[in-house]
Design a protein around this ligand. Structure first.
Ligand code: ADP
Ligand code: ZN
Length: 728
């Protein structure tokens, strides 16, 4: 018997499968998807078996595999197909694809540190219970025997807590014996169960529509405003799927931001839920993965990478907050989890439901053409009112000297505090000041490695680059001419200081990348804010997602322009969605909320749409714009970045790439660039970008593959190809 083995070879990003012979001693262990150790030139390598065959064509010497490394197959048929899908769609190698799909512990590579299964020692009676009791001498020996008898399993650790010496005596006398058993690192917990709700008419309609399509490949867009009860619909559909003996995959943007979501699922489905979030240790991830593979859970909730969770008998796929940007991976392979999941739904012939209060333009457009069945939840549960939204012109406020907080927002905060209600303030920039400049010589603190100013962080009294992490200390005077320094721009740190000055007796909680670095700090903070240990929560966009705080009645958007002014075709969409989600936080239980949006562009159309909470109006406007400017959903995009340390070489190669493209792609395809990237230099690497816009182009993929292979062995210039980028 022979096998084809996928090997990952250094300095060759292309895929290589090699044929090996299976020695008789290993025949029984061979299975597609297991890892094997093989000889390669003068080395030994690890690889996956991708194919098993009886005969080999051709005349060459074939070496034998050395060992089979897995007891159970890792890549099943579906995962093998998903790897191929990644390779074909996003132009990466199969090895890269599988490395992305699998937990670190299961990578095929000799280099990686081995992560092992965890074992625990259990104690078992070595003779009938009565005999054991008779032989036991002391009270604690008897107690241990009783405990073993009562619970079918007693860990050695637990027994030793009763009495260390008794355990060893019992073992010595062979009254009990010890056995090792594999255990999972994450323990099951008991959750207070939660009754399922009676669906309202809109929810019921959505539920019925989805149930009708179980066991067929069908795409749904569940367009439901914040608080309309989408989660309840997901859960009841899943309940039905499980009843039919199948499993469910639920993907969310970021689990630490939505602890409530997971908690609700756990309350409803208890321990048939496995959670794959980004804070799991390698060992924990390995355990959860095996638990899923072995069919020990019915539901998997996870982030982007959970798209590859090895669930079998899938019955439904759900993607919550489908507009979230975290579904797209920003490094190789640059895959979009939603594309992967749609492919999986098709492979399994099951429905996929994408939910959002602010769907992406692409998906909304497709739903108007019935490529997705649109299900709408237009009302909040209990028909609770949407918040009242005001736009404040900061030009007028600036005249009064209010650069950060407007009078209107101050009044609202004061009102909320006096009513014992809570406030959320959103400012999408961390740090204290974003620019420090000398008023005399014009000196500005900049990152020496990147093309960007350094942000001042007051707490640590240092200056930091938000791109590469470069940190330096701030001098009290200009390092150039010794004159005094001016601070411009503001971030969350400064806002915090100002709030404490304006409202001295309030408890303020700041949440941004700087205050949430420690594991679980996010959850702890959210919990404390929910318990009203704080009055005001301020932070970056991480506070705008999926949080349900009944006591929040005022939401302030400190600087709505920050995200509108980013030069990106999606910045309007991103702003609309960010601000709508934030606004959705105000007044969720029994108060009507207030939202104050501060801007220097009070007449901006997008902000008006936010104020009216009018997605349809935003959609029409933005679709027109995209059509005019030839952007998605009217055109498809491919982004190419040509990067390197040598400026001249890099710019020359970028021009060559454009020439190559123009010669080889369809004549209607538009090629823009090369231009310099938004932040041109990062970590001493220059970045030129090229943008391809096309509607139909049968030659494009092949051309991109050729281009890619031209650069693979080049050490000076790197080519990053991004299929359907979410930003440019
Ligand atoms: P969404 O995900 O659409 O923002 P949620 O699922 O968070 O909305 O629902 C908002 C609140 O309404 C939750 O507290 C949920 O438990 C509750 N809820 C959902 N559906 C119902 C229902 N049919 N009856 C009563 N309460 C419901
Ligand atoms: Zn830098």
């Amino acid at each position: 018997m022979f096998v084809d083995v996928l090997l990952e070879l250094k300095n060759k990003q292309t895929d290589q499968t090699y044929t090996y012979k299976v020695p008789t001693s290993l025949l029984k262990k061979i299975e597609i998807g297991k890892r094997v150790k093989v000889p390669f030139q003068h080395r030994e390598l690890e690889g996956f078996i991708l194919n098993v065959k009886k005969k080999v064509e051709g005349d060459f010497t074939i070496r034998e595999i050395l060992a089979v490394l897995d007891e159970e197959s890792i890549l099943n048929e579906e995962l093998i197909k998903l790897g191929q899908f990644l390779k074909n769609t996003y132009l990466c190698s199969l090895s890269t694809a599988y490395a992305t799909m699998l937990p670190k512990a299961l990578k095929a590579s000799l280099k990686s540190k081995k992560i092992n299964k965890k074992y625990e020692k259990f104690l078992i009676l070595n003779m009938p219970y009565d005999d054991a009791l008779n032989q036991a001498k002391t009270k604690s020996q008897k107690e241990i025997i009783d405990c073993i008898e009562a619970s079918s399993k007693l860990t050695k650790k637990e027994a030793q807590q009763i009495s260390l010496s008794s355990v060893s005596t019992l073992l010595k006398k062979n009254i009990i014996r010890e056995e090792q058993e594999e255990v999972y690192r994450l323990e099951d917990k008991v959750y207070v169960s939660d009754e399922k709700k009676i669906l309202n008419t809109e929810q019921k309609n959505a539920y019925d529509a989805i149930l009708k399509k179980l066991n067929t490949f069908h795409k749904f867009l569940l367009y439901g405003i914040t608080g309309s009860g989408k989660t309840e619909v997901y859960m009841q559909v899943i309940e039905e799927v499980i009843k039919q003996g199948k499993t469910a995959l639920v993907v969310v943007p970021e689990i630490s931001l939505t602890p409530q979501f997971v908690y609700t699922f756990r309350q409803r489905f208890s321990n048939s839920v496995a959670v794959l979030h980004s804070h799991l240790s390698n060992g924990e991830r390995y355990d959860e993965w095996r638990k899923i593979k072995r069919g020990e859970v019915k539901i998997v909730i996870g982030v982007r990478s959970a798209a590859f969770a090895p669930l079998s008998h899938l019955g439904i796929i759900i993607v919550d907050e489908e507009h979230a940007e975290s579904y797209k991976q920003e490094n190789t392979p640059r895959y979009n989890a939603i594309d992967v999941l749609e492919y999986r739904a098709e492979l399994n012939q099951i429905p996929i439901v994408l939910g959002s209060a602010t769907p992406t333009l692409e998906r909304m457009a497709k739903s108007t053409k019935n490529l997705y069945t649109r299900l709408e939840l237009k009302n909040r549960i209990n028909h609770q009112a949407l918040p009242i939204c005001t736009i404040v012109d900061m030009k007028e406020e600036a005249k009064k000297g209010n650069l950060i907080l407007s009078d209107a927002l101050k009044n609202e905060i004061e009102g909320a505090l006096s009513r014992q209600e809570q406030v959320i303030l959103l400012l999408n920039r961390r740090g204290f000041s974003t620019t420090i400049t000398c008023s005399n010589c014009g000196f500005t603190y900049k990152c020496p490695h990147c093309d960007i100013t350094l942000t001042y962080h007051k707490t640590k009294n240092n200056l930091r680059c938000h791109y590469c992490g470069y940190t330096t200390y701030k001098k009290d005077f200009c390092p150039n001419c010794k004159e005094s320094l001016n601070f411009y721009g503001y971030g969350t740190e400064k806002l915090e200081q100002l709030i404490l000055k304006e409202f001295p007796d309030t408890k303020v909680l700041r949440m941004d990348a700087d205050t949430t670095r420690v594991k679980n700090s996010y959850e702890t903070m959210i919990e404390k804010f929910k318990n009203q240990e704080y009055d005001i929560l301020l932070g970056t966009q991480m506070i705008s997602k999926g949080l349900d705080f009944p006591k929040v009645s005022v939401v302030g958007i400190i600087n709505a322009d920050a995200s509108l002014n980013i030069a990106d075709f999606r910045s309007n969409e991103r702003t609309f969605s960010l601000l709508s989600q934030a606004a959705g936080r105000a007044g969720r239980k029994d108060t009507v909320g207030t939202v104050v949006i501060q801007t220097y562009m009070p007449n901006n159309f997008i902000l008006k749409c936010v104020k009216e909470q009018n997605y349809e109006k935003f959609y029409q406007y933005e679709m027109n714009l995209r059509k005019k400017l030839k952007y998605p959903p009217f055109y498809y995009l491919v982004g190419i970045k040509v990067t390197g340390m040598d400026y001249d070489l890099c710019s020359k190669e970028a021009v060559k790439v454009v020439q190559y493209l123009k010669k080889n792609v369809d004549e209607n395809t538009i090629i823009l660039g090369p231009t310099t990237a938004n932040v041109f230099k990062v970590n001493n690497i220059y970045r030129f970008q090229i943008l391809i816009k096309y509607r139909f182009d049968t030659k494009l993929m092949q051309t991109l593959k050729e281009l890619d292979s031209l650069f693979i062995l080049n050490h000076k210039i790197h080519l990053e190809i991004d299929i359907n980028p979410t930003s440019v």
